[in-house]
Ligand binder design. Structure first.
Ligand SMILES: *Cc1c(COP(=O)(O)O)cnc(C)c1O
Length: 500
């Protein structure tokens, strides 16, 4: 019996090999019809241009080998279709399949990006309408859909501010950024040639007004603020913050990656924000992860509208839509064509199918869910900035650290309980941060399971911390050697003998 079990295990392991390793010379998954053209000779293509077969090294497999390989891999993956994905700041919510369907409609997916405007009226209408929806949602004056990601939206917004200040004859040198900000904020400011200065957060996790007043001088171009911020807190003093910045001739850039907490409830334009970006791949129905396409539209106040990237989609007198390149103040293009068009189609689909009321419900559910988790775990896990949160809640590992258990151990153990790990060690101002964003996707039962898992892990931390330190125990790949992964990264498969 023992022998049979052993054999069975060997069999599975063999099948888990990489495609390359299970390759057998001469095995194929296709059959071609008889060659009815002259066979390839060296006169047709010069020898030096022919690929060395050995170098190509493609695996040789049957169709069923390939199908089983990829199907097997798919069952080892965890995704939002498998279970809760509480990755704070990333907003990994479930995205309705309907929006995937409409993005794949032939007229959208098959449209060549160089199609002349008169023949692409439908696509231009999608752009125009989405711009209108996002203008309304942000409470600002105009939107450009060009930037391909949140970080590129930030850069676009800061370039617009820089250009507007230059036109005013008032170029400035500094950008202020709170210490809780996402790392892309300082990166965007520095790429645009500014020096970055850090504004402290106060005990409630908001911007420290005294610190801001002191730093807000005549050479500050902008404040980059995330609202709600990465502590999941709404900036209560947002109007005062904007007033202070404006008083000194600066502008307010808002990082809108966390709009999940605001859509149809509050509008940044009403706070006094001058320019901001949205992450369509977080808030408006584009699945993300693995570096897939996204979109980071930029919304601007009227005074900054002329600086938006060109071309702009405008309606001509006869009612048709055209592309306007005659935008002398524009910062220019930030991306080829019209951005990631498929992402834009999904966003419009999401907005229209929800309607104002539906969008508001999604926002409220996201906030209620985060508060439900915060409330039910506040006696078990330390919450460094207590009180009501918006769409996400930040715990720390302070209490469990007494048993020698770190935030990573807690997160890795959550995998054994069937959950994707939360965001780790961010924001940087929280030691041992565990950042949980349930999103509006999850129902009460799933939230209760998550809460129960977190409580069970807390008990394990006291009783059997070793089990946490070696978690996960249920996955194909256990805990990675992070030092080795950083020092000696293996970034791609190499044929045997070629490993360097
Ligand atoms: C995700 C995120 C960004 C960057 O967006 P990308 O689309 O990943 O470039 C910026 N700020 C915050 C707060 C974010 O959560």
């Amino acid at each position: 019996m023992k022998n049979r079990i052993k054999k069975a295990t060997t069999h599975t392991v063999q099948n888990e090999g990489l495609l390359f390793e299970v390759s057998r010379p001469g095995r194929t998954g296709y059959s071609l019809s008889q060659l009815d053209v002259p066979e390839q000779t060296e006169e047709m293509i010069e020898r030096r241009l022919l690929r060395d077969d050995d170098l190509a090294g493609m695996p040789e497999l049957s169709e069923v080998d390939v199908v089983r390989h990829f199907t097997r891999l798919s069952t080892w993956n965890y995704g939002v279709d498998t279970g809760m994905y509480p990755l704070g700041s990333c907003t990994m919510k479930y995205n309705p399949r309907l929006n995937e369907r409409i993005a794949r409609l032939d007229g959208f997916a098959g449209l060549h990006p160089l199609t002349p405007a008169p023949l692409a009226q439908g696509a231009l209408e999608v752009i125009r309408r989405l711009e209108e929806c996002l203008t309304r949602i942000t409470g600002l004056h105009a939107v450009s859909l060009q930037p391909a990601a949140g970080a590129q939206g930030e850069m676009t917004g800061i370039m617009m501010i820089r250009q507007a200040l230059a036109d005013r004859g008032d170029p400035r040198k500094k950008v202020l950024i709170p210490d809780s900000a996402h790392g892309t904020n300082p990166a965007s400011a520095i790429i645009c040639g500014y020096t970055v200065h850090t504004v402290r957060s106060n005990a409630e996790g908001g911007t420290d007004l005294a610190s801001l007043r002191e730093m807000m001088t005549e050479d500050v171009a902008a404040l980059m603020l995330t609202n709600p911020n990465t502590l999941g807190k709404f900036e209560r003093n947002i109007e005062e913050v904007c007033r202070i910045v404006h008083q000194h001739g600066g502008m307010v850039y808002m990082d809108g990656a966390n709009m999940n907490a605001l859509v149809e409830v509050a509008r940044p334009g009403d706070f006094g924000v001058d320019v901001m970006h949205l992450n369509l791949h977080k808030t408006f129905s584009t699945p993300h992860g693995g570096g897939g396409p996204g979109a980071g539209p930029v919304a601007a106040r009227e005074t900054l509208e002329p600086y938006l990237p060109f071309p702009r989609v405008v309606r001509s007198k006869d009612g048709s839509l055209t592309l306007d390149f005659d935008r002398p103040k524009s910062i220019g293009r930030v991306r080829a064509y019209f951005g990631n068009f498929g992402v834009l189609v999904r966003a419009l689909g999401y907005i229209l199918t929800h309607g104002d009321e539906g969008l508001r419900e999604a926002t409220e559910a996201a906030v209620v869910n985060a508060n439900y988790i915060a409330h039910n775990l506040k006696d078990t896990y330390d919450i460094p900035y207590p009180g009501r949160v918006m769409h996400e809640v930040i715990f720390s590992d302070k209490r469990q650290a007494r048993h020698g258990v770190k935030n990573a151990d807690i997160s890795k153990r959550l995998i054994d309980y069937g959950f994707y790990p939360p965001t780790m060690s961010f924001p940087l101002i929280v030691q041992g941060a565990i950042m949980v964003e349930p999103t509006e996707t999850e129902g009460r039962e799933e939230l209760d399971l998550f809460i129960a898992a977190m409580k069970a892990i807390n008990e394990e931390a006291a009783e059997d911390p070793e089990i946490l330190r070696h978690a996960p125990h249920t996955t194909k790949v256990g805990r990675l050697d992070e030092v080795a992964a950083a020092r000696k990264p293996v970034l791609r498969w190499q044929p045997e003998g070629r490993q360097k």
